[in-house]
Design a protein around this ligand. Structure first.
Ligand code: ATP
Length: 344
């Protein structure tokens, strides 16, 4: 079990006008699964490489259980990194691939064989040890790569986009497998992804990084309910941002006054709420009369754009609730108080 602290970690590549990663600080509890989430080029891989020892930081520190690891050679850090293109050795059998790290550590053959068999059973590939990687599906290769990383019982596991390249069904299987293995073995795990859904389904906590800077570090649901700012809310698919003023538990704007939750901030700001939190019909509070601008059928959901005065409100609703509702129709909606949040 390893507590990882990342302290003001900064990397400026030679000749670059600004840091690729700017003063990133994260406390990752022992055994936790943290996602570094952000668009391409935001600094995720740079962070992973500094933890793994493949890249020197410009400033800042990384500690494992309170001890700085920056002077340790990569192989002494107890970190393993699983790359997206999993890089199995093509000429070795699956079993030899999985046992490779133990062979390098000069572990005795019978112990290697026993631990390889155990690992292959854990990743649910018990009978495939004799095959070559080319004889496996992409999902199976990914599980072999995971087994090869975990067999050395690392202190910290780094995963690069672990669920991408998998179809929907395999994504859930792989997610459950990673979670189960990581929990059972108590390995502190950090993974990078640009995919918000991948971060949400897999991580205990998500660190959203935009343009080299940390925007918010919190459990996944907080990003939906209590985003730190508009950029965070937009990254997570938020659409509704209404400027106004929050006083005494009420939001005043060009919409009718809306009652706010107790923890909402006061002062001027933007009201935000998730499209999926909009309810059809009148309620004792926060009811608005709106007009349908347009609707898009998405299969399991329907997305509506509604106008209220000059404001456009996006709502995502179950298709059967809005069946037959045409553009131009007037409908009442309500915004549950707990779903509202005021951004600075
Ligand atoms: P992706 O999701 O595309 O892998 P990322 O979030 O992992 O992106 P990084 O690879 O960490 O992003 O890159 C962050 C920034 O640093 C980018 O602007 C990139 O161009 C720059 N960068 C990365 N490696 C180097 C390098 N060796 N020399 C100079 N600049 C680099």
């Amino acid at each position: 079990m390893t507590h990882v602290s990342i302290k003001s970690l900064t990397k400026t590549y030679p000749g670059a006008p600004k840091p690729a990663l700017d003063r990133l600080s994260l406390e990752i509890p022992s055994g936790d699964l943290t996602a570094l989430l952000g668009p391409s080029g935001c600094g995720k891989t740079t962070t992973m490489k500094m933890i793994a020892g493949l890249l020197d930081p410009t400033s800042g520190d990384v500690t494992f259980d309170g001890r700085s690891i920056l002077r340790d050679k990569p192989e002494k850090r107890g970190v393993v990194m699983v790359f997206q293109n999993h890089l199995l050795f093509p000429y070795m059998t699956v079993a030899d691939n999985v046992g490779f790290g133990l062979k390098m550590r000069k572990v005795a053959k019978p112990e290697i064989d026993a631990r390889v068999a155990e690992m292959l059973a854990l990743v649910q590939l018990p009978d495939l040890g004799r095959r070559r990687p080319s004889e496996l599906s992409g999902g199976q290769q990914q599980r072999v790569a995971l087994a090869r990383a975990l067999i050395v019982r690392p202190n910290v596991l780094l995963l690069d986009e672990p669920l991408s390249n998998l179809d929907a069904h395999l994504r859930f299987e792989m997610r459950d497998l990673i979670r189960a293995l990581q929990r059972d073995m108590g390995i502190t795990t950090i993974f990078v992804t640009h995919d918000q859904e991948e971060a949400v389904v897999l991580a205990d906590r998500v660190a959203l990084i935009l343009d080299g800077s940390l925007c918010q570090y919190a459990p996944a649901d907080v990003f939906y309910k209590r985003p730190a700012d508009e950029a965070v809310a937009r990254f997570f698919g938020g659409h509704n941002f209404i400027p106004g003023n929050s006083t005494a538990g009420t939001f005043h704007s060009t919409l009718p006054p809306l009652r706010l939750p107790d923890d909402a901030r006061t002062g001027s700001g933007k009201l935000t709420f998730r499209p999926e939190s909009v309810r059809i019909g009148a309620a004792p509070e926060n009811t608005l009369t709106t007009r349908v601008i347009d609707r898009i059928y998405l299969g399991t959901q329907t997305r509506l754009r509604l106008s209220s005065g000059d404001n456009v409100i996006e709502a995502v609703l179950s298709p059967d609730l809005v069946e037959g509702l045409q553009p131009g129709a007037d409908i009442e909606i309500n915004l549950p108080r707990q779903s509202l949040w005021v951004l600075e």
